[in-house]
Design a binder for this molecule. Structure first.
Ligand code: ZN
Ligand code: ZN
Length: 410
């Protein structure tokens, strides 16, 4: 089953919970029959361990929902007694044995502290023999040798996970629907640095099938959207008014022969037409167009594991790879408002100010009589203190350009 449904292992583990051992064989046979058929919405590998065949996301979801029992993808916790009874029946044991097993294997019987004292989860008993405790002790000892226990990136990542794992919304309206699709989407940084060809830095966002491509676009944070073009030594306060994102709003995604353009604003242009016409002149297969704001993920036909494209600011090109498509599970974050959910973000180190060496760089100056180097990098505070008087008048000669540090958005 794995070899057939590799990229969807998660779905099988999470959602293919059946009490009928025969049933999974039936599904395999059905899948095999379907994969022989050219038109199928059950993804099979096109290239083993690389990417799947093309399939329609909503039809794939329907295939799953038809095969599952409502209880398999329900967010309600199973009734403990009936699930125990079912387990006992499947294992062929009596109710008494089941009750005994539950007591012996219960968490309460796993103790390494005296029965009359409350447990302290941070204390590992001396000379542990349990392997998990030995490993834990090793880890604790190692951590004690470190000067800094966690940097801000780890703390932030931990916090994010803690806030979203299994999170239930405050109101029912914000509840993710049962049977909703969740997609794992990796958006890669443009390979503008040689090393990016090898390390593949990316962000991972979780999106629901009902999200539009425009919502994915808004969830992608890229420094080229935040660049400010121009020289601002006479009016540094004006710089935020010239952010690229506000001036150049066109962008497109490319999935399976279709360019999905962002047409939400009057200033948006169809930037994909150049490629489409170029391809037409050279007898490439014809490409079509659609609007990203009108296209939901469930409407897409895609290959899982296959590199697609997101292009914005004219030529800032990001590979987009959908790595998983699955049904929601009750342990997922079920608060709609928290989606698109950032699950991973690549860390980049930040450039520090040449003067204070503390704050992140905001300005780069050239031909600067006050600077120790040309060009020179400054934080906002040092830049203003050094180059302007108390009234904000420019002192001396220099050119100043806003600098956007990609590490500032970690
Ligand atoms: Zn970009
Ligand atoms: Zn500084």
């Amino acid at each position: 089953m794995r070899s057939l449904m590799g990229p969807f292992g998660t779905i099988i583990e999470k959602n293919y919970i059946t009490h009928d051992p025969q049933r999974s064989d039936v599904v395999i046979q059905e899948n095999m029959a379907a994969s022989k058929n050219a038109i199928t919405n059950i993804p099979d590998y096109e290239y083993t361990d690389v990417n799947t065949n093309i399939f329609h996301i909503d039809s794939f979801r329907t295939e799953w929902l038809n095969r599952l029992q409502p209880g398999d993808f329900s967010f309600q916790s199973e009734d403990q007694d009936s699930s125990d009874a079912l387990f006992a029946e499947e294992m062929g044991i009596s109710a008494d044995t089941m009750a005994e097993l539950k007591t012996v294997c219960s968490l309460d019987s796993l103790r390494c502290h005296p029965e009359d004292q409350p447990p302290d989860p941070d204390v590992v008993p001396p000379d542990p023999t349990l392997n998990t405790l030995i490993q834990r002790k090793k880890k604790q000892d190692y951590r004690a040798t470190l000067k800094i226990s966690k940097n801000r990136h780890d703390l932030y990542a931990d916090e994010l996970e803690r806030l979203t794992f299994g999170k239930k919304p405050e109101t029912l309206d914000d509840m993710v629907a049962e049977g909703e699709i969740i997609l794992n989407i990796n958006v890669y940084y443009p390979a503008i640095f040689e090393k990016f060809c090898y390390v593949r830095p990316h962000i991972t966002v979780l999106m629901m099938g009902s999200h539009t491509l425009a919502e994915l676009r808004d969830a992608i944070c890229c420094v080229s959207d935040l660049q400010v073009c121009g020289e601002f030594s006479n009016m540094p306060d004006m710089a935020p008014d010239f952010i690229s994102k506000d001036h150049f709003k066109s962008a497109f995604f490319y999935f399976e022969g279709v360019f999905y353009n962002d047409m939400r604003y009057p200033e948006c242009q169809d930037t994909s037409i150049t490629t489409i016409e170029w391809a037409k002149d050279r007898n490439f297969p014809t490409y079509t167009q659609a609007k990203m704001e009108d296209t939901r993920f469930v409407d897409l036909k895609i290959k899982v594991g296959f590199p697609y494209l997101y292009c914005h600011q004219g030529d800032c090109e990001h590979l987009v790879i959908i790595t998983d498509v699955r049904l929601t599970h009750k342990d997922d974050c079920l608060d709609k408002k928290l989606y698109p959910l950032l699950a991973h973000k690549h860390r980049v180190s930040t450039q520090k100010c040449a003067v204070c060496h503390v704050y992140i760089v905001r300005w780069v100056t050239t031909n600067d009589q006050f600077a120790p180097s040309n060009p020179c990098l400054f934080c906002d505070k040092c830049f203003r203190m050094l180059h302007f008087d108390t009234e904000g008048n420019k002192l001396g000669e220099f050119q100043a350009f806003p600098y956007v540090d990609r590490g500032a958005f970690n």
